[in-house]
Design a protein around this ligand. Structure first.
Ligand code: ATP
Ligand code: MG
Length: 399
């Protein structure tokens, strides 16, 4: 067994010693069989949450109503979830009530896809009640049970299907695909935040084109914020090559292909429930991308970007337009900047107010911005005396 599982064996043993069943489940078992890197292992058990808590010294209630207890063990954390069924699907969403059960089979039945419904004992024996291993070999995403019923219960699973296609480079089993084509409209019942999580994983997947084309063909895109009339742009976007390095760069490329203008970035991303920080970053990145696609890097662009973002934008610009001439010395050009941050400017607002003996006002910020721009453009040397002399000559403060 991979080390990450070995480390967790004492946790399973602790549960077994107390007479409960416990297994590794879900994504980690799938990813192990695919020989992919595993980030965290989840454990399912017949013990009820209170019983789990009684067995371990350090626990955190992270979702007790859904049966999940976080167990801190040595320097690791494990999500331990009680076997459960999800009986009451009110409105095509995640159920608000779950029923804890003592049977692994019941628990595996409620999982979304056969490849996600695998369990493994601490000895490494695979429990495969729905032919998940065969589907891993055939590289297929297949709903557990009747696909139409499963998407009707929880419409988010349709987005999960296309994101797993992208992450794993798998195809959709035909009946599963057909069920999505029938139920696509139910996606309107799902909170945007949850759709966004899945779309982001799709965008970051290695088989992005495959996931996106299914997202388009199945018409799921029609029920996503601000995408209902974007079919052509989405198709164009699906033809873009390369893997995105980060979530924000993925969304920057997405917005570029959707032809979202700088003025509309905020409204678009708000609809998608992006955070303020993400909006700020993507706005800047999109502006730099547009600039780089038409011009070489200016000092100002590099200064605004910082080196890591500049390198990412350079790479993205080149995959979007392979005809662009690559910037060979981007890093050197960056290192040659007179200043790399406002804090390196050798004068502050306070310095100016004191030395000029004037009152603060909007003019002060404008003046500092001008000084900054001139230093970046190598028009003024970043020296306090020279900056002050220039300021006195050019400022129009109120005395
Ligand atoms: P990732 O590597 O992205 O974490 P994962 O398979 O672990 O992939 P999670 O969202 O972490 O996905 O879910 C863990 C497991 O819970 C899944 O493997 C699946 O068995 C089950 N699951 C998650 N969401 C659903 C859902 N909406 N419907 C049914 N089962 C689900
Ligand atoms: Mg997971």
């Amino acid at each position: 067994l991979p080390a990450i599982f070995e480390k967790a064996i004492p946790v399973i043993e602790q549960l077994e010693k107390a007479g409960y069943e416990a297994y590794f489940v879900g994504g980690s078992v799938r990813d192990m069989l695919l020989k992919k890197d595993i980030s965290d292992v989840d454990i399912a058990t017949s013990a009820f949450p209170a019983e789990v808590k009684a067995l371990f010294k350090r626990t955190v209630d992270i979702g007790i109503e859904h049966g999940t207890v976080l167990v801190l063990w040595e320097d690791e954390e494990y999500e331990i979830t009680t076997f459960r069924t999800e009986s009451t699907y009110q409105d095509y969403r995640r159920p608000d009530e779950v029923t804890f059960v003592r049977s692994l089979e019941e628990d595996l039945k409620r999982r979304d896809f056969t490849i996600n419904a695998l369990a493994m004992t601490k000895e490494g024996a695979i429990i495969d009640l729905f032919s998940g291993v065969a589907d891993l070999e055939k590289r297929l995403i297949r709903a557990v049970g009747l696909p139409q019923e499963r998407f009707h219960e929880d419409a988010l699973r349709m987005m999960r299907a296309v994101r797993f296609m992208s992450q794993l480079d798998f195809d959709l089993e035909p009946a599963t695909a057909e069920a999505i084509a029938i139920h696509h409209e139910l996606l309107t019942k799902i909170a945007t935040e949850r759709i966004q999580v899945e779309l982001t994983k799709l965008l970051l997947g290695k088989a992005r084109a495959k996931g996106l084309l299914q997202f388009i063909d199945s018409e799921l895109y029609r029920y996503c914020p601000a995408l209902s009339s974007a079919k052509e742009s989405l198709i164009q976007f699906s033809q873009l090559m390369g893997i995105f390095p980060t979530k924000n760069i993925a969304w920057t490329a997405f917005l570029y292909y959707l032809e979202i203008s700088e003025n509309n970035v905020e409204a678009f991303l708000r609809e998608w429930k992006s955070s303020k920080q993400e909006i700020r970053f993507i706005k800047l990145a999109l502006k730099l991308l547009n600039a780089r696609l038409t011009d070489a890097w200016s000092n100002r662009m590099l200064y605004d970007a910082g080196l890591p973002l500049a390198l990412q934008i350079e790479e993205l610009a080149l995959v979007i337009n392979p005809q662009l001439v690559p910037t060979v010395d981007l890093e050197e050009q960056y290192q040659r900047l007179a200043i790399k941050d406002k804090s390196e400017l050798n004068i502050t607002g306070d310095d100016l107010l004191k030395k000029m003996n004037v009152l603060p006002g909007k003019w002060l910020g404008d003046l500092l911005a001008e000084l900054e721009q001139n230093v970046i453009d190598h028009q003024i040397i970043n020296d306090q005396k020279l900056l002050l002399a220039w300021a006195i000559k050019h400022a129009h403060p109120k005395k």
